[in-house]
Design a binder for this molecule. Structure first.
Ligand SMILES: [Zn+2]
Length: 217
């Protein structure tokens, strides 16, 4: 159990009561992380046809390393196995993936196989926001897929989607998810999917019905 005590009074008018907790993993980066980070940067360089980075892997690396340091107030980030650590590398990879999803970069590796825990969930969220299939990466015909059968009681139009776990799938993968041979549970395990709780942003994009809680004044 973790107890967090605040040193000062917090004016709840301006802050929410949620607390983010980041556990740092300072072990050395893995060979898989390193390869994955460089593969995404090569994909970005390759996708930038005629642009500033066009085909220049080193320019992409320099840009994103500088951006990461600036955003996180760091002097340097290293992807070497001697100096790099797992948390920074995972954060760095997440940043590259967010960029790739937002700019339609064709990825050579399937991210969902490379990411773990919170970083996998973060990628799933980014796929929902950018309307990309979490499995094959296509942006064609993206549908919101429920991670649990919604049952007869919940009609899709009337149920409150807030907090329900979902993911972004193309039509083909959505059909696979619902096919008799697969089933949702097996599908989730096979593709290492966790599901993302629906928030207002996701609900708006996929036109999902939500009931907002009345704010107590
Ligand atoms: Zn797909």
């Amino acid at each position: 159990m973790v107890t967090i005590e605040l040193a000062d009074e917090v004016d709840t008018q301006f802050y929410t009561d949620s607390v983010g907790l980041v556990l740092r993993d300072d072990r050395s980066i893995t060979a898989q992380q390193r390869k994955f980070a460089y593969a995404i940067m090569a994909d970005i360089a390759k996708s930038d046809i005629g642009g500033f980075w066009a085909g220049d892997n080193k320019a992409v690396e320099n840009y994103f390393k500088a951006k990461y340091c600036l955003d996180n107030d760091l002097d340097y980030i290293s992807l070497s196995t001697r100096l790099g650590n797992r948390t920074d590398t995972n954060e760095f990879i997440s940043m590259l993936l967010d960029f790739s999803l937002a700019h339609n970069v064709a990825l050579s590796r399937m991210p969902i196989n490379e990411l773990e825990g919170d970083f996998g969930r973060r990628f799933e969220y980014s796929c929902l926001i950018n309307k990309k299939c979490v499995i094959c990466g296509t942006s064609k015909g993206i549908e919101f897929a429920h991670c649990k059968a919604i049952g007869f009681v919940n009609s899709r139009q009337k149920m409150n989607h807030l907090g329900w776990l979902g993911m972004a799938l193309c039509h083909t993968h959505h059909q696979q998810q619902h096919s008799k041979d697969w089933g949702i549970e097996r599908f989730m395990k096979h593709y290492h999917l966790q599901g993302v709780p629906v928030d207002e942003r996701i609900a708006k994009i996929y036109h999902l019905h939500i009931v907002k809680e009345e704010k107590l004044v």
